[in-house]
Design a protein. Structure first.
Ligand SMILES: Cc1cc2nc3c(=O)[nH]c(=O)nc-3n(C[C@H](O)[C@H](O)[C@H](O)COP(=O)(O)OP(=O)(O)OC[C@H]3O[C@@H](n4cnc5c(N)ncnc54)[C@H](O)[C@@H]3O)c2cc1C
Ligand code: SF4
Ligand code: SF4
Ligand code: SF4
Length: 500
């Protein structure tokens, strides 16, 4: 007779083991189901008595009180759980700081102290690092440094892409063979490819030894974007002493001691587009990785990955350049959590398509009798259309209704909030009077990706303006309508202006 498996006991044991984790059914819904990557396998439903499979919505459904134990989350084939899958291979994790008083690092100053040790002990002939431009404050510039004085000027983080690989190849061309290199995870991936892949330039033609020190990295921003954001806040780039990102907030610390703090999310429009598609938080291909998450203020979190990385780290500590302590397991969980957020981002990328609508002059008007006239709209679609399987649901979110700065266009966003791709969609926007519909504009969307935002900019009619209508149809009929009452919108904007 086969032995009966007691699911209840196993479930309880797993709950006990996962105690304190932040995983829950809500997280599973957010990361997997709502983002449209659920495979409909039913593993979560099979796990928990509070879950059933909703045949209509084709998704798991909670029918009891979720305790947030996370057992369903860890069963799902789409979630990433194992430490190695989250932050790559590493031999040891430490928290540490520089013991060199002149180093004023971003966090613990460990990166600069390690490079100093390697330069002074002649383990490397130069270091390829990123400094701030003296002509354009906070613009990243790559430097090849060989002395203590030069190196000390390059500590600190610059939150914009730096062309570090140009510096690396320049250093090799200048005849340096042992090179310390610092970069973000995407920079480290470029080094890895050029150095280790079969057709890599460095591997084939430019033999060199590279000590790759990778930074942790969640985002970087356009330099011009950050500059204009600060200008809007009446701050010049040259007034900034330091920028930091901690716990979802970016701080701009000014030389006069004042701090402008904003949510990183509020800087989304300036975020480099590449970062939305990035899943490596901790520079998984580096020899040593360094970041701040998990360590107290003034300390860095350090992962020694390769043999040479670990050796140099321990030697630098023995020689008195840095102080090291093993990273407590309880603190590593912050690194894993942030890494998981970044990995899950691949499922939650919100693509955007922008539609700027315009009519040919003169604006067509309805003829007597009310026959509808098709307006000739010029459509600019700057996005890519993603082909994907789809299911039909009726969940559209209408948001960000506003007027353009010159008040000539009505702007709004439509978000496919259904969690599924929607196919063969027609969006119609028109002006409506009591009896007629005019200035109609249509667009067809082959596939509307889950959570994809469609941005619209629709020109207001110049004469006898009344109301507008947005209507969305799929092949089965109308799935969304929304009347835009322009008078109400104008009154709301006026009120907001007066209360400022
Ligand atoms: C764009 C960016 C985003 C980051 N995001 C996070 C995050 O989300 N979480 C986290 O824990 N840590 C993040 N970090 C890492 C963190 O800011 C520190 O760099 C890290 O903790 C090392 O601190 P330190 O005091 O030891 O380094 P320091 O001794 O101050 O040395 C910093 C080194 O970084 C190099 N550097 C600075 N800017 C760049 C750049 N743009 N590109 C390449 N190299 C550069 C410098 O050359 C210098 O060698 C980020 C860093 C950057 C550059
Ligand atoms: S109680 Fe059930 S639904 Fe809630 S997290 Fe635990 S396993 Fe998932
Ligand atoms: S376990 Fe994950 S993939 Fe499977 S049905 Fe549940 S949410 Fe979907
Ligand atoms: S988030 Fe990724 S792509 Fe963006 S700077 Fe960091 S490592 Fe590079």
């Amino acid at each position: 007779m086969t032995e009966r498996v007691e699911i209840k006991d196993t479930f309880g044991e797993l709950q006990e083991r996962l105690k304190g984790s932040k995983d829950s059914f809500g997280r599973l819904m957010r990361e997997v189901v709502n983002s449209g990557v659920c495979t409909h396998c039913g593993a979560c439903v099979a796990t928990c008595d509070f879950l059933i499979w909703d045949e209509v919505a084709e998704r798991p459904k909670l029918v009891g009180k979720c305790t947030g134990c996370g057992v369903c989350y860890v069963q799902c084939p789409r979630t990433i759980i194992a430490p190695r899958d989250l932050i790559g291979r590493y031999q040891s994790a430490y928290t540490g700081r520089s013991l060199i008083p002149e180093i004023k690092g971003q966090d613990g100053g460990v990166v600069t102290a390690l490079l100093l040790y390697a330069l002074e002990k002649k383990l490397i002939d130069c270091a390829v690092v990123t400094a701030k431009s003296t002509e354009e404050p906070w613009k990243p510039v790559v430097k090849i440094v060989t002395t203590r004085e030069e190196l000390l000027k390059t500590s600190g983080s610059v939150y914009s892409h730096s062309q570090t690989l140009i510096g690396l190849i320049d250093a090799i061309k200048q005849g340096y063979h042992s090179i310390g290199f610092v970069g973000t995870p995407c920079n480290i991936d470029a080094v890895y490819k050029m150095w280790k892949a079969p057709f890599g330039l460095v591997r084939l033609y430019m033999r060199a030894n590279i000590l790759a020190i990778g930074l942790f990295c969640m985002d970087s921003f356009s330099y011009e974007g950050l500059r204009s954001f600060l200008e809007l806040n009446k701050i010049s780039m040259s007034d900034i002493e330091k920028m930091t990102i901690k716990k979802g907030k970016m701080q701009f610390i000014q030389k006069n001691g004042e701090i402008l703090e904003v949510k990183v999310h509020d800087l989304d429009r300036y975020r480099s587009s590449s970062c939305q598609f990035c899943t490596d938080l901790t520079s998984e291909n580096a020899d040593i990785s360094v970041g701040s998450v998990g360590s107290p203020e003034g300390y860095s979190t350090i992962l020694a990955r390769t043999g040479i990385g670990l050796e140099i780290l321990l030697d630098a500590a023995e020689a008195g350049y840095i102080e090291l302590q093993p990273m407590p397991r309880s603190k590593m969980k912050w690194v894993f959590n942030l890494a998981r957020m970044k990995k899950a981002q691949q499922y939650t990328v919100r693509t955007r398509r922008r539609f700027i609508l315009g009519y040919e002059e003169p604006t067509p008007t309805p003829p007597p009798g009310g026959e509808l006239i098709e307006a000739k709209g010029e459509i600019k679609d700057t996005g890519t259309i993603i082909k994907d399987a789809a299911a039909r649901t009726k969940m559209i979110k209408f948001s960000n209704l506003n007027l353009s700065s010159d008040q000539k266009e009505i702007e709004f966003k439509l978000i496919n909030n259904s969690g599924n791709s929607l196919e063969n969609i027609t969006v119609k926007i028109s002006h409506i009077t009591e009896f007629f519909e005019d200035h109609k504009w249509f667009t067809n969307i082959d596939v509307w990706y889950p959570f994809e935002e469609l941005e619209f900019s629709y020109p207001r009619v110049k004469e006898n303006e009344n109301e507008y209508l947005c209507e969305i149809k799929d092949r089965f009929g109308t799935i969304f309508t929304r009347k835009i009452e322009i008078k109400k919108l104008l009154a709301k904007l006026e009120k907001a202006k007066q209360s400022k």
